[in-house]
Design a protein around this ligand. Structure first.
Ligand code: ADP
Ligand code: MG
Length: 374
């Protein structure tokens, strides 16, 4: 078992005085390319990171315990705590008519919280997989992801697309996941970074995403009105030609969506061909489009991208909704330290806050580490 899985199992035994029936874990994710395309019915290309949240579970009345917060919460109700995530999954399963009996669970994880790496999807996905196994529900992974999204949207009240839950439940090690956000089809795309001598560096700018909500809603409604102007349901169906019929803000936002969707498909082709040079270029173009047309970048995110470029990155871009949060760079393994050092220096010089860095390899999606009876 992985370290987080062992921690969850140990916490379970210490809290509830017995060994868990099963242990499951699920990863956080980054989005490689395809930003603000999900709610436009388009494509995204996330990949799971090797940071996970694990849950140890068994029948019983001991409640929900978090090793990271060191506290126990009731399995029912809602109290704006971490426990609302597993509760939300139970609620969503109930809404779908699944019988969830009483259970007790212990959680432990190492996905950075609230950084945009989707620790929320990780805890939902781990819970869903564990409950599915404990109660023998036989729900397939895509449906588990949809249940988790429902928990996040309707129980937690966070408007979000399907990407995070899909990535956490469906990603495979050494691969990214192409998701069609309209049909909900998904397939793996090879991403063997170690073989190419490359690694991905995540820079968490730690900029509070203060304007994130209004900015996000703003972008969404402009996209909707642009689609309305064009007489289509989703901007995904807009063509380059259609753009000529738009102007001002509608044009800029739509131009990003149309070009970004095309970039995702081009990126998939590049990865299928092992062409990381081209893939990297698409990352840079994506960033420029998010900065200039979609206007969701910040000086910190731009600085990281430019510093990474100067220090040998093949590609770099903001990842997530923008307005702060994280950026990623695809760098030769031997350069990763240099990029991080240079970025710290440039941030200090510009008087920005201290960034945090994570290096990672594309990891496996949710897994049952130990099934009941084992
Ligand atoms: P993000 O998904 O970007 O990390 P969110 O605000 O959506 O940020 O979700 C973060 C929340 O998920 C935390 O505030 C906490 O409630 C829950 N969470 C994350 N990691 C853990 C953990 N290791 N144990 C329990 N709850 C966690
Ligand atoms: Mg989240």
């Amino acid at each position: 078992m992985r370290e987080t899985e062992q921690r969850a199992a140990k916490a379970f035994t210490e809290q509830f005085g017995e060994t868990p029936e099963l242990v499951a874990s699920a990863p956080g994710r980054i989005n490689l390319i395809g930003e603000h395309t999900d709610y436009n019915g388009g494509f995204v290309l996330p990949c799971a990171i090797d940071r996970r949240i694990a849950v140890a579970m068994g029948a019983g009345e001991g409640g929900l315990y978090s090793a990271d917060f060191d506290e126990t919460r009731e399995p029912g109700g809602k109290d704006d705590s971490w426990a609302d995530y597993p509760r939300g999954v139970v609620w969503a399963m109930g809404e779908e008519g699944h019988e969830i009996g009483s259970f007790q669970a212990a959680f432990a994880g190492d996905v950075p919280l609230g950084s945009g790496l989707s620790s929320s999807a990780a805890i939902e996905a781990a819970t869903a997989l564990a409950l599915d196994s404990l109660f023998g529900l036989g729900i397939d992974r895509k449906d588990l992801a949809v249940l988790c999204q429902r928990a996040e949207n309707d129980f937690l009240g966070v408007a979000s697309g399907i990407m995070d839950q899909y990535a956490s439940l469906l990603c495979e090690a050494g691969a990214a996941l192409l998701v069609d956000c309209r049909s909900l089809e998904a397939r793996s795309v090879p991403l063997d970074l170690p073989a190419a001598g490359l690694s991905l560096v995540i820079c968490d700018t730690r900029v509070e995403r203060g304007l994130a909500d209004t900015g996000y809603n703003d972008r969404r409604s402009t996209c909707e009105s642009a689609a309305g102007t064009l007489g289509i349901e989703h901007l995904r169906d807009a063509t380059e030609d259609d753009l000529k019929r738009l102007s001002g803000e509608q044009l800029r936002r739509a131009r990003h969506v149309v070009s970004e969707n095309a970039r995702v498909l081009e990126a998939v082709e590049a990865l299928n061909n092992g062409d990381f040079d081209h893939f990297g270029k698409l990352m840079y173009t994506s960033h420029a489009s998010l900065r200039d047309d979609y206007e969701v970048s910040t000086p910190e995110l731009d600085t990281f991208v430019e510093t990474a470029r100067r220090h040998g990155a093949r590609g770099a871009r903001l990842t997530g909704a923008g307005f702060g949060g994280c950026a990623i760079a695809l760098v030769p393994e031997s350069q990763a330290d240099r990029v991080e050092r240079a970025c710290k220096r440039d941030f200090a010089e510009a008087d920005f806050g201290k960034p945090a860095f994570y290096e990672f390899v594309p990891a496996a999606g949710a897994e049952l580490a130990r099934s009941s009876g084992a």
